[in-house]
Ligand binder design. Structure first.
Ligand code: 5SP
Length: 165
């Protein structure tokens, strides 16, 4: 999470990223910053901290390419999942569906092998692989990715079973 968003959008877009998420908590003019991101040909997302309600998305839905639900309070790696965020992922999917909006939901924070199935089952489509999975020290990068893929498959099967429906 950064402040001075527009400065970082310019700097990060220049290095050729595919998507940028801006925190609604640090955006003075969220709609303007999302437009700025898209003007660089980059996908624009709105990030919500764990305690920020989904209603913060209501008037930027038309601008969004994805939603980012923070599942820890941003700041550093190695934190424990904030439990309410699992429910929030499912509620975000319902919030979008109710408004006829089909956007991918990204999740960031303690995306571990244990949490991935729950996150995917709840509706997460994009996972940030940090120290809890892809960069976990106990396995090689390849082993970690394979384990993450198995966890994703489990979550997708649970999602189809309709646990959160
Ligand atoms: O930056 C953040 C949280 O502030 C995250 O992107 C973490 O870095 C993800 O890593 P783990 O939660 O898996 O340690």
């Amino acid at each position: 999470m950064v402040e001075n968003n527009d400065f970082f959008v310019e700097a990060v877009a220049e290095i050729g990223v595919q998507q940028i998420a801006v925190h609604v908590e640090s955006a003075t003019h969220l709609d303007r910053t999302l437009s700025l991101i898209q003007a660089h040909g980059v996908k624009a997302g709105a990030a919500l901290n764990p305690a920020t309600p989904l209603s913060a998305l209501a008037y930027v839905l038309e601008r969004l390419d994805f939603v980012l639900i923070m599942t820890v309070n941003p700041g550093f790696a190695g934190q424990k999942l904030v439990p309410a965020t699992l429910r929030k992922i499912a509620e975000c999917r319902a919030f979008l569906n109710e408004r006829g909006v089909d956007l991918p939901i990204e999740v960031d924070g303690n995306v571990s092998f244990e949490n991935i199935p729950k996150m995917v089952s709840a509706g997460a489509d994009i996972l940030v692989g940090g120290t809890s999975s892809v960069f976990q020290k106990s396995g090689s990068r390849l082993e970690n990715i394979q384990q993450a893929q198995k966890a994703i498959a489990l979550g997708l099967a649970e999602r189809e079973g309709g646990q959160w429906a």
